[in-house]
Write a protein that binds this ligand. Structure first.
Ligand code: TRP
Ligand code: SF4
Length: 430
């Protein structure tokens, strides 16, 4: 008798659910019904959580401006985990987002001691070519932190709002930490806020796709974004109050004038009566802030994905090359890694026929679910056959390794084509 199965059901999601209550990450699942043509990562519970995704969803649905942003430290090979971020950036770009990808060479240089030259080479060879090969469109922005004045200037500005003790709490900074390391941390926050600068059209929702371990960075940048504001808008029982944090009397007057409702102007704040719309006032205030030389930042949003396990079981580790697959791996070698990967197979074939495989412990299943099988019906069939003991690990691995070979061969060809198109992305060939 066939059992019915939840195709994406994985025990792993439980490990993540504690992030919901404890850290204020919300479950992504309830949003999926509203998203037009959701990415397989969304449908399959791989993107499991978010912080403040609603403004992004609203922008997608209404065709309003928004951005997607992520960064990569050019310190080694780009593996399938980096591919997930790239896929998520590209998906949001297709949904209308202005896309930004920063190569965090300031971070690699200051934290990992990698020379500028190597940063450049790894940035292009490992990250940028694969990003383009996977479908990043040329109207997006790819940049190196170190040659992007807007990011560097903004890092300095953000340094006015962030202090030593909070960086040390989040990043394990100690008194002997190099100053350049701390600057590179601010550069990451600057990367994320950069799409909201005037030169890119001003304040707008920005979503940052990351692994859940990156949430502390997101919380920091949301905090800093808030502190950079010159006004604070608060909803009161009978009015909306616009308070100055750093705004002049002229700016408050400008707000009062534009709101056009019944307002009371006090020193340091104004109260607005007459049932006006909070969002509308937020927008007026934000625009005035920008007119007067402020930033008017919205707090960035984020989405969180589950991690893949290492192919050898346990975590992926850059020092164990069998544990991960890099986008530049030789297709034959990578497909051999798949053949050696840890499965959820039982000890004997008989047992497997009787009990079925343990797909939730199987790294080969994970590879197919995350990367190799786009077709929902096909992945469901694989899972059913595994669980019902109809398919054995040998043939399953063979399928996965063939799919891996095909994917990497095609990716390699696309990377070759990308090499010819670097100038469309403003990257000079070196
Ligand atoms: N610090 C990230 C890493 O170690 C890279 C990074 C730099 C980044 N800027 C970013 C990630 C902005 C997300 C958003 O990989
Ligand atoms: Fe994994 Fe496939 Fe074996 Fe199931 S049959 S445990 S999915 S390798």
């Amino acid at each position: 008798m066939k059992r019915t199965l939840d195709p994406w059901g994985s025990a792993a999601i439980d490990d993540y659910s504690k992030l919901f209550g404890e850290f204020g990450i919300s479950s992504f699942e309830s949003l999926i019904g509203e998203i037009p043509d959701p990415h397989p990562y969304m449908k399959r519970g791989i993107i499991f959580g978010h912080r403040d995704y609603y403004p992004i969803l609203d922008a997608i649905l209404k065709g309003k401006p928004f951005s997607v942003m992520s960064g990569f430290m050019p310190s080694g090979k780009a593996h399938l985990g980096a591919k997930m971020v790239m896929d998520e950036v590209i998906w949001h770009q297709k949904m209308g987002g202005d896309a930004f990808v920063g190569i965090a060479d300031m971070e690699a240089y200051s934290v990992r001691g990698i020379s500028w030259e190597r940063c450049r080479k790894i940035g292009v060879d490992e990250y940028i070519l694969s990003l383009i090969a996977l479908g990043f469109a040329p109207d997006g922005h790819i940049y190196f932190q170190s040659d992007t004045p807007s990011v560097k200037d903004l890092s300095f500005e953000l340094g006015v709002e962030a202090n030593f003790s909070e960086l040390s709490a989040i990043y394990g900074i100690s008194p002997s930490t190099k100053i350049a390391h701390m600057i590179s941390i601010l550069a990451q926050s600057a990367d994320i806020l950069n799409p909201q600068l005037k030169e890119y059209g001003g304040p707008k929702p920005v979503v940052v796709p990351v692994g859940s371990d990156q949430d502390p960075h997101i919380r920091l940048v949301r905090d800093i974004a808030n502190r950079m504001r010159m006004f604070k808008v608060e909803e009161r029982e009978d009015c909306i109050s616009v308070r100055s944090k750093d705004a002049t009397a002229d700016m408050l007057k400008a707000v009062a004038k534009q709101v056009g409702e019944e307002t009371k102007v006090y020193e340091g704040h104004i109260d607005i009566y007459g049932g006006c719309d909070l969002d509308q006032i937020e927008e007026i205030v934000r625009n005035i802030e920008v007119d007067f030389g402020g930033y008017g930042f919205l707090m960035p949003s984020s989405i969180y994905h589950r991690f893949m396990s290492g192919l050898t079981g346990g975590k992926m580790s850059s020092s164990i090359s069998d544990s991960y697959i890099a986008l530049t791996d030789d297709p034959k070698e990578a497909s051999d890694k798949v053949k050696r990967a840890k499965t959820g197979g039982r000890v004997t074939l008989d047992e497997q026929k009787k009990l079925g495989g343990e797909s939730e412990k199987c790294t080969v299943y994970e590879l197919m679910l995350f990367h190799l099988v786009d077709d929902d019906a096909q992945i469901k069939e694989i899972l059913t056959d595994c669980k019902n003991g109809v398919m054995m690990c040998g043939s399953c691995k063979k399928l996965a390794s063939e799919l891996m070979f095909r994917f990497l061969t095609e990716h390699r060809e696309n990377r070759e084509r990308a090499k010819e198109r670097l100038d469309e992305y403003g990257i000079d060939k070196k």
